[in-house]
Design a binder for this molecule. Structure first.
Ligand code: CA
Length: 654
């Protein structure tokens, strides 16, 4: 085995010609782990791409970051990646990420030169490079596809010539340096735009120019296109169809897949299968990642944190949760038709220091190791210019803040062999409870433990709460408490809300039906229904949804009638959010025995901005009927008014 391996390495060196010595560090057997549970991915092809985007490494190293092996020794991070099963390194390439004085825009200052250095080091350890041309001077994604400054005044013919020349020259330089290029991307997350162009006819011209350059310089490399948002129905089929109609010469249709936002794995499999079957293309996930902690480590806020509530969280934010996400994405793509690989995004982008924001900021500015430096503002004033800073994904890296690899890094190797050790509790699911101020607080004896294999099971819990604490909670009025406990040696959280009893039934639509709410649809809206979508709900997973295209057709009221209330004073509260509303007349109101006793105006502005209003302190006598509700009238603007209503509360006062 050993001799055979040497022979193969020699052959590789000869093939590479002038390249440096290749010492493939990719293991041929399981690396083993005492703590990481990995379910084997069945029928994983030997040549399945297990990639890591490591674009920031050089800027990180220039900032003083050191990377270590599992043995605790400082070593080339590319060697560590290879030793744990990574087969491909992905690197982004920006045309010229520097201002007129030569200050880097940040995000790794990833120009061609850096791609070559990263490529050489990846090649040295037996990995191949995936070149991710953004065709921009800085970040390109579905939100922005800015043209490189040097190309901004070109017409489409000149621009495609320039793109061809840039691609060919960059790749030739890589070839000369002995970089093993395995794949080249024509743009990054090019959902409907690329290189400043927004019509597909022009985008197609640019892509074709890029493809031609790749075919000429690296005829064996795969040509990839890359899109995001697989959760949008029919979007991928639409892109693939356009690529076919315009005759783009490419091999791989690649997708980003961030599980927080990008739908289920089942949906991902469906859309990738669709492209593979209909258009005969190879498919893959070009970016995925998952948080191993909710805590920021570099003093620059993260995209995902413990406080992020508007996301889908299929796994706990643990090292094991991170590995489970990677394993399941690999399992999904491996079983899709023509599925060829999965690339993790920026697993090496860790903090450049643990002392202070000031110290880190200096390094981000000088070496470009943050997502954007202040200099980035000269090119991208609306984003980099306002929000420049450090890494927003350091909690999704696969190295800890000191540069040591996390156990999850082994997942790239262990998916091939499995490491199905006895599952143990890895995290405790949060317990969410609500008690009436006049009722009794009863904390559960068990909580749900999330096991290392991502199954859950109830385990005993001891809450750190005294009788005196409970007395304070009864006396403290309406508020939410975070009570901690211990279960299986892990910390458990119970979020206990002390509330006034809510006399409304199905108050937050969590029954999944409208009843006993009623709708009076005065305008004939296109959509007026209870919807199951956690990210659009104020609480829980359901809410009342409305949308209508025609002007003035959003005009309805939503009411609930309550009888047999104890005599006393009450307050009614409800929440709404929405947009594209134009002129509105929205209010919550209360009728007692059919007579209006109060109304309060409400507003909708934009997504996620809930307006919560009340009709406060109205009196109800024995035997009276109370009707609470919200009336919504929107003139509509643009795409039609839309909105969400949630959490009606009818509470006694005092
Ligand atoms: Ca951060």
């Amino acid at each position: 085995m050993g001799k055979r391996r040497i022979a193969m390495v020699l052959a590789a060196v000869m093939l590479l010609g002038c390249a440096g010595k290749v010492e493939s560090a990719i293991p041929t057997g399981p690396v083993g782990s005492d703590t990481l549970y990995v379910k084997k991915v069945e029928d994983l092809p030997d040549d399945f791409i297990l990639g890591m985007d490591a674009s920031s490494v050089i800027a990180e190293e220039q900032s003083g970051v050191r990377y270590y092996s599992f043995a605790g020794e400082e070593q080339d991070v590319f060697r560590t990646l290879a030793e744990n099963g990574v087969t491909h390194i992905r690197v982004r390439v920006w045309n010229h990420p520097y201002d007129a004085e030569g200050h880097g825009y940040g995000g790794g200052n990833n120009d061609v030169e850096k791609a070559i250095e990263i490529g050489r080091r990846a090649t040295k350890y037996g990995m191949r490079l995936i070149v991710d041309f953004h065709y921009s001077d800085f970040w390109a994604d579905p939100g922005k596809q800015m043209v490189p400054l040097a190309w901004k005044d070109m017409d489409i013919g000149e621009k495609s010539d320039a793109l061809y020349a840039f691609t060919a020259e960059s790749l030739k330089a890589m070839k000369k340096a002995g970089v093993a290029v395995g794949m080249v991307q024509l743009g990054n997350e090019t959902n409907g735009a690329m290189c400043g162009e927004k019509t597909f006819e022009k985008i197609a011209k640019l892509m074709q120019a890029g493809s031609k350059a790749v075919r000429e310089v690296f005829p064996k490399a795969l040509v990839a296109v890359h899109f995001a948002n697989p959760e949008r129905s029919d979007a991928y089929d639409g892109y693939a169809k356009k690529l076919e109609v315009f005759g783009i010469d490419y091999d791989v249709f690649a997708s980003s897949y961030y599980p927080y936002w990008h739908g289920t794995l089942e949906n991902l499999a469906n859309v990738l299968n669709g492209v593979a079957e209909t258009y005969g293309k190879k498919v893959m996930v070009m970016e995925t990642s998952y948080a191993y902690t909710g805590v920021d480590t570099d003093f620059s806020g993260n995209t995902i944190s413990d406080e992020t509530t508007t996301i889908i969280k299929d796994y706990p934010f643990t090292v094991q949760g991170q590995a489970n996400n990677v394993r399941n994405v690999i399992d999904t793509v491996a079983h899709v038709k023509n599925g060829i690989g999965v690339v993790y995004w920026e697993g090496t982008w860790i903090t450049v220091g643990t002392n202070s924001w000031e110290e880190n900021h200096e390094k981000w500015e000088k070496f470009g190791s943050g997502w954007a430096s202040s200099y980035g503002g000269s090119y991208d004033p609306n984003d980099a210019g306002k929000y420049y800073g450090g890494s927003a994904v350091d909690n999704q890296a696969m190295f800890d803040p000191s540069g040591s690899p996390l156990e999850s890094l082994k997942v790239f190797n262990l998916v091939r062999y499995g490491n199905e050790i006895e599952p143990r509790a890895d995290a405790i699911a949060d317990t969410v409870l609500a008690f009436d101020l006049k009722g009794k607080i009863e904390l559960p004896d068990t909580v749900d433990a999330v096991l290392t294999n991502n199954e859950t099971r109830p385990v005993p819990v001891v809450w750190n709460v005294s009788d005196a604490d409970l007395e304070k909670m009864y006396a403290g009025g309406v508020q939410t408490y975070d009570i901690t406990g211990t279960a299986e040696g892990l910390i458990a959280h119970a979020y206990v809300s002390m509330i006034n009893f809510n006399y409304l039934k199905n108050f937050g639509f969590e029954d999944g039906v409208l009843e006993p709410w009623r709708i009076e649809d005065r305008g004939g809206a296109d959509q007026l229904n209870v919807e199951n979508k956690i990210t659009d709900s104020l609480n829980g997973t359901y809410h009342m949804h409305f949308w209508s295209a025609k002007k003035g057709s959003v005009d309805f009221s939503l009411t609930q009638e309550v009888k047999d209330l104890p005599a006393g004073d009450y307050t009614f509260t409800i929440s709404i959010m929405g947009g594209d509303a134009g002129e509105t007349d929205i209010f919550c109101f209360v009728l007692v025995d059919g007579v209006e006793v109060g109304r309060t105006p409400m507003q909708i502005t934009s997504y996620g901005n809930w307006d919560t209003q009340s009709v406060a302190g109205f009196a109800v006598r024995e035997g009276q009927t109370v009707t609470v509700g919200i009336s919504v009238r929107c003139a509509g603007a643009g795409n039609g008014a839309w909105g969400k209503i949630d959490d009606g509360l009818l509470n006694g006062v005092g």
